[in-house]
Design a protein around this ligand. Structure first.
Ligand code: SAH
Length: 272
């Protein structure tokens, strides 16, 4: 099978650029993607709208920029995604264990069979902030020199797009029964459930979890942020499907009900 027949998979692979400062980088990123057969470019609050610089650097890939949806927040840009990966130049300072680009691309291609997958790239000056990284199921780090670790934004997009291309070719070769030229890692990764939860469903679960933890007085006066961050990491790592999210909502709803009943009983005992 030709790699072009993997088009439905490639269609689910989204490159998201957050807060890009130089329009030229948007153009270079679009070119990097198009050379590797990727077309789904999404912009989140670019500092400057794509202009002539972007067009010049795109060198024929400006159709990707013209078609790129623009969102105000990363949460909106990935709401329908089944898997979200944050690309970061800082391997040591992030909470998530970073993945190697090759392993990440292999998993992304497998996950793309069940829905949209996003690879998220940050601002030239400051990368992705903590809140944005907290929206990601995992982190990817290109193993650059630790003393000079930050690639140009479009160069980072090129590396990941190349790895995605190789993983797509690998999957295509496997489909046709041929020997994969690449690592074959995608083929060893168990496919996620076709009913994998969307990002919006997971955000709904986190909101419910936060309310329930308050209702059962889990934090006991402590700030909830650290516990919530850890719980997010746990649930995002678990690759929940939609039925599992519903099950957890059910447990939370019952916990809230029991907390209400316990509260009523205490009040009655106090009155009596
Ligand atoms: N000064 C910023 C670097 C931003 S570079 C910082 O310290 O985070 C712009 C974007 O390119 C980053 O947000 C990241 O998405 C991507 N990038 C750059 N170098 C990378 C690397 N070594 N691995 C993965 N992504 C990288």
């Amino acid at each position: 099978m030709e790699a072009s027949s993997q088009a439905p998979l490639a269609h689910h692979l989204r490159i998201v650029l957050v807060g890009t400062q130089h329009p030229g980088n948007i153009g270079s990123a679009a070119r990097a993607m198009k050379t590797m057969g990727l077309r789904q470019l999404v912009l989140v609050a670019p500092e400057k709208a794509p202009d002539r610089d972007a067009q010049a650097m795109a060198a024929g890939a400006d159709d990707l920029i013209a078609a790129a949806p623009v969102f105000a927040t990363l949460a909106e840009a990935v709401a329908d995604c089944r898997w979200v990966l944050g690309c970061t130049a800082r391997s040591r300072r992030i909470q998530l264990e970073p993945m190697h680009p090759r392993a990440a691309a292999a998993r992304a291609v497998v996950a793309a069979a069940s829905g949209p997958v996003a690879l998220v790239f940050g601002r030239e000056r400051s990368g992705l902030d903590n809140e944005e990284m907290a929206l990601c199921n995992g982190a990817v780090h290109i193993p650059s020199d630790p003393d000079f670790s930050s690639l140009n934004l479009a160069a980072a997009v090129q590396v990941l797009s190349y790895e995605l291309r190789c993983a797509l070719l690998d999957a295509a070769s496997h489909d046709s029964g041929g020997e994969a030229g690449g690592s074959g890692a995608a083929l060893r990764t168990p496919p996620p459930s076709a009913d994998a939860a969307t990002h919006a469903q997971l955000e709904g679960l986190f909101e419910h979890l936060a309310t329930t933890l308050d209702a059962i007085d889990f934090h006991k006066g402590r700030a909830p942020d650290s516990a919530m961050r850890k719980l997010r990491r746990l649930y995002l790592r678990a690759n929940l499907d939609a039925a599992e999210v519903r099950l957890l909502h059910g447990i939370l709803a019952d916990s809230e009900r029991m907390a209400r009943l316990a509260g009523d009983r205490t009040m009655r005992d106090e009155i009596l």
